[in-house]
Structures are given as structure tokens and as C-alpha cells.
Ligand binder design. Sequence first.
Ligand code: SF4
Ligand code: SF4
Length: 240
Amino acid sequence: MAAGKFPEQFSRLHPGEMFSFLCHNRVSCFTLCCRELELALTPYDVLRLRLATGLNSAELHERYIIEELASEDTFPRFYLTMVDDGQASCVFVNDEGCSIYPHRPGACRTYPLGRGTTREQGQISEQFVLLREPHCKGFKEKTVQTPKSFMQSQELAPFNLFNDRLTVIIQHPKIQAGLRLSSAQLDLYKLALYDLDTFRAQLADNLIEPPLAVPDSVYEEDDTLLEFGLDFIEKLFFDR
Ligand code: SF4
Ligand code: SF4
């Protein structure tokens, strides 16, 4: 978005620029930001939700995830289900706060910051914005943060790492040049990135033939399996 055309509540921030903000369970707005929201889930969010809930990927999709593919979209989007309680509350919010706090999604950790990335010559550069919504009282706190320190405090490093890998696929030059994927390719995209338990089982049973060697560690480690899934999709879709 061009400078000067930002919506009023957004402001740009440099990575080291300071802002006053703290969220804690004594703010009057506690958990307000867990209601009336559309919470898009990335593959790494889904990986962590499996750990939080103890459900496998298929059960997680069935109980908590809504899939959408709008006609103008190339890739499907996945959203966390909200409760029909008149406030569209997150399924995981309760009076004490977030019931899956150690595994909460990246968007929940990042708020009220926004992080965008651009890639030039293989290097990722980050841009930040701050969203000052009137209901969020955390800005009245005296704790001074920077985007960098805030991201550290929210343990965002693995989320950003995996999300940046996903961006390479979603914003691939071939996609931007108009490449559209078949429904079989979209099924593989969902399988390899959003349905890790089924993906692992199908790899073990040789039901899919990946275009690259499968490391043994994918059968033991979820992070390695997701890394492999991202490599798999990138090579399958674009390396021809
Ligand atoms: S996952 Fe947790 S932090 Fe995120 S919206 Fe739901 S309750 Fe709030
Ligand atoms: S609205 Fe802001 S201060 Fe209030 S709970 Fe959410 S992030 Fe924290």
C-alpha cells in the first residue's frame, strides 16, 4: 500500500522503532480481540493446533477448520471456526483467556502488529505496521517495545520461518504470471501442508511419489515433515 494511503488505524513502523504496548489479563479489554474476527490459519498454525488439541489433522479439520476457495483465489484458505454466541468468539477463548495459549496461532501472537515481507535476490526483508484499534487498551501501558522485541516475546520465529516459506509458493512468479492449479494439485497442496498426518501415512505407504528424496526424519518430526511438504509442493508445482 502506498504511503499516505494507509487506513487511519494503521501506522508504519521500522523494525527498531519503539511503541508503548502490553497485553495482560488485567486490561479491561481482555479477550476482546478473540471475538468478531476471521482467523486465517497457516500450515504451521495447524501443526501447532494438532499439538494443542491432541487431535490428528483430519479430526482438526472436521471440528475446528473451515476451508474456502473463492473464485478469485488460486489457493484455498483455512479459517478457525468461531462459536455462534452472538460475538463470534474463538472456539478456544474462555474466562481465563486463551485455552491453547502455548500453541496459539501466529496471527494471535502478532496482533496488534502486522508483518509483511518482500523477497529480493533471495533475501527476505520485513515491513511492519501497527494497528491501533480503539478497543485495544494495551497501548495505554508504559512498556516500550519494538517490532523485533515484540516478536521475540511472542516466540514468533518458527511461525515467521514457515510462513515465509509458504509465501514463496503463494507469491511464486509463475502464480503471479497467471499459472492456475488443477483440482488434483490443490488436493496435494492441502494434503502436504494442512493435513500432515494423512500426508505422512501416504508417504509411508508409498501412495504418493514425491519428486525428491524423503528423509527418514519426516516419520518422526512434524517440523521436518512440514518443511518437506513445502519443498515437495514447490518442486512439484514450479520446477519443470
Ligand atoms: S486462539 Fe487463543 S489467542 Fe487466538 S483468538 Fe483464539 S482464544 Fe484468542
Ligand atoms: S484488545 Fe489489545 S490489550 Fe486487549 S486483550 Fe486484545 S491485544 Fe490485549
